[in-house]
Design a protein around this ligand. Sequence first.
Ligand code: DX5
Ligand code: ZN
Length: 223
Amino acid sequence: MAVQISPSILAADFARLADEAAAVPNADWLHVDVMDYHFVPNLTLGLPVVEALRKATPTPLDVHLMIDDPDRWAPSYAEAGAGSVTIHAEASKAPVRTLRQIRSLGARAALAFNPATAVEPYEDLLPEIDMLLLMTVEPGFGGQKFLDMVLPKLRRARALIERHGGQIWLQVDGGVDTGTIERCVVAGADVFVAGSAVYGASDPAQAVDALRSQATQALRPKS
Ligand code: DX5
Ligand code: ZN
């Protein structure tokens, strides 16, 4: 499993998004947090910004929908050219249909879980997804403290994924930095969202490299 880093533009300068995307050419993805003031108590951006960003950067967009009605909106984000579209298990009323629509429109389909939501009841959905996202903070804001209580669930999710063939990526989002990324790797994560740790750094590209090398080191068995 290769380490992937997905810097979250939630921590970037929203007035200069194209420049902020260009500041991390070494990123695997750009993580785009869509919030609607309903599913979470914050409001960010929507389809027009994703469409514009898609044209402004070659980096694939990893769109994380923190919205009340992902079944209605997720397909439009895939049509807008997102490389990956994530819907929340807590919000979707028809996840099978929505995940299949995302895939049929050419994007990777992903399912997200808040810290208190168990993954096991969704095991039958694993064949429908390309990535599973475990929130390591309560969603809504950047800069929050990493929740260690999610680590046991991360280990259980890794075990579930391995039982289903091991192809599904396992992403963590929230409070991921050089102090917490190792714990996430050891518990089984392979895709790392980082907002403040990347855009709060004086050199965002160097911060991406630092996270990647630390995660890669942690993957190696200790000799
Ligand atoms: C929070 C968002 C995250 C956020 C992470 O609800 O989903 O993607 O940008 O920010 P940091 O890395 O600062 O915790
Ligand atoms: Zn996110």
